[in-house]
Design a protein around this ligand. Structure first.
Ligand code: 13P
Length: 257
């Protein structure tokens, strides 16, 4: 973390978990546990069908609501999809784009990720852009090439003034939901590389101000060490974000000096 230059953001990605009723229960539990003063922003990204319930449930708390996906067109005959404007109108602030599960199961590509990033920014949302290598790619030694490609294609055509609205999440695919966390050295190496890539594209000032999260089996026991790395400015958390007490433990780790 480096709070002097950029925000620390702890975001939960609920994936396809929790009903509207369970959302309300989680918010009540979180409210009782959330520290009064926080040095990090807290975001909860929920399934689209539960956004309204989440808005209501979290309304008196300093917690922003995020979505897990959007479609890049503004409106039209796209059965089953929703647009950036629809999310914005509900009060959503963040939207996860290009999560590896979207890439793996729903045909998301670097090209669609880029279109979604533009759609999110145009609507005034903050995209959380996910990048990350598979185990095979890591073993082939092409992690950095792949990350550079994903970052550059996600940001293609994004003007500098809009970049400050973007968050990049480094999520090694092999660490997601596996209990296998990247070591803090591995995570730091790639997050620093992402910042260097942004610096080459946009210059030092903007690179210094962008929030770069780590995601992949982040939990209370490893959060402090990961967040102590200067280029890791937060976490995108799956499993450990589903229980209020575990999520708060991570928020507390981000609150340390
Ligand atoms: P886990 O924390 O369950 O590994 O999931 C990480 C993730 O995919 C967050 O987007």
């Amino acid at each position: 973390m480096n709070r002097r230059y950029r925000k620390t953001i702890i975001a939960g990605n609920w994936k396809m978990n929790k009903t509207a009723t369970e959302t309300k229960k989680f918010a009540e539990e979180l409210k009782a546990l959330l520290p009064k003063a926080k040095w990090c922003d807290v975001v909860v990204c929920v399934p689209a069908v539960n956004i309204s319930a989440a808005m209501k449930a979290f309304k008196d708390m300093r917690v922003s609501i995020g979505a897990e996906n959007l479609f890049y067109e503004k409106s039209g005959a796209y059965t089953g999809e929703w647009s950036a404007d629809m999310l914005k109108d509900l009060g959503v602030k963040y939207v996860i784009i290009g999560h590896s599960e979207r890439r793996q199961y729903f045909g998301e590509t670097d090209f669609t990720v880029n279109k979604k990033v533009h759609a999110a920014l145009e609507a005034g949302l903050h995209p959380i852009i996910c990048v990350g290598e598979s185990l095979e790619q890591r073993e082939l030694g092409i992690t950095m090439e792949l990350i550079a490609l994903q970052v550059k294609s996600a940001l293609a055509g994004v003007p500098a003034e809009k970049l400050r609205k973007c968050v990049i999440a480094y999520e090694p695919v092999w660490a997601i939901g596996t209990g296998k966390t990247a070591t803090s050295e591995q995570a730091a190496e790639v997050c620093t590389f992402i910042r260097t890539t942004v610096r080459h594209l946009y210059g030092a000032r903007i690179a210094r101000s962008i929030t770069i999260q780590y995601g992949g089996s982040m939990k209370a026991s490893n959060a402090a060490e990961l967040l102590a790395q200067p280029d890791i400015d937060g976490g995108l958390i799956g499993g450990a974000a589903l229980k209020a007490d575990e999520f708060v433990d991570i928020i507390n780790a981000a609150n340390q000096d």
